[in-house]
Design a protein around this ligand. Sequence first.
Ligand SMILES: *Cc1c(COP(=O)(O)O)cnc(C)c1O
Length: 301
Amino acid sequence: MNLPVNIPIQEIDDVLFREKSVRVFLKREDLLHDDISGNKWRKLKYNLQSAKSKNLKTLVTFGGAFSNHISATAAAGKEFGFKTVGVIRGEEHFPLNPTLDYAQSCGMELRYVDRSAYRVKTTKDFEAKYLSDLEPYYLIPEGGTNALAIKGCEEILSDVNFDFDVVCCSCGTGGTVSGLINSLEPHQSALAFSSLKGAEFLIEEIQKFAQNSQWSLNVDYHFGGYAKVDRILVDFMNRFKSKHHISLDPIYTGKMMYGLCDLIENDYFRRDSNIIAIHTGGLQGVLGMNERIKDKGLQIL
Ligand SMILES: *Cc1c(COP(=O)(O)O)cnc(C)c1O
């Protein structure tokens, strides 16, 4: 379960950054693994080791129909020899969307539960009703966040060999940024961008895992809510790709980079700041998103 040792970190050369006298580096966690992308690999790593050491051969986890975590867990199961079961929120739709189709092709068994049942998925009753037929299994929470996931994310910056001031990361559950926070030096800080609307609950989530207070949460760039996009965001992502030859995902990294550029434009950062943004991956979601935004005349290129 070893990773390539050095994940590229590349400076983004942009007139805006030069004008504002900041430097922005993108840590390409999206290149960690073809199918277990970015932060999901970091979050799974120690969980997979734990499952192995407990001799559990089945992984059970949860997610929505477009979930990067479902996709990554399915791929990890295939690669490392676990049976995987994905509990999916909502009804089954045919044909399967690209995420679920891929998960199933990796051998993941998909179990659909309605939204009210999904809400109580962490209870013993839920397990008794929906999972009791399985062999002993290793449970990974929705989004993959637990203490072992944070431990994995504490390694994201371990191969960065220059000093920086701020690390930026997009947030769903807050697990990834918590790991980053725990790996900071005292003079550094983390800036978390929420992809969800009404994400104030995230502050508490991050506080649960973060071992210092060198961080802040930005909630201004959710673009209408989780998995919502608009033309402004899509145009930004497409421009970013044509300028820098780097694809962003519409749910997390696109919103983070938009937010980061907007803050730079508005002089949020000190001059001469060195900023690292984490490309947490998630590109598997582009195909499914494009299917959903086609009738709005939008397309992520
Ligand atoms: C899941 C995911 C995130 C959010 O990670 P959390 O640890 O849940 O905050 C960010 N970016 C991408 C691409 C993701 O897939």
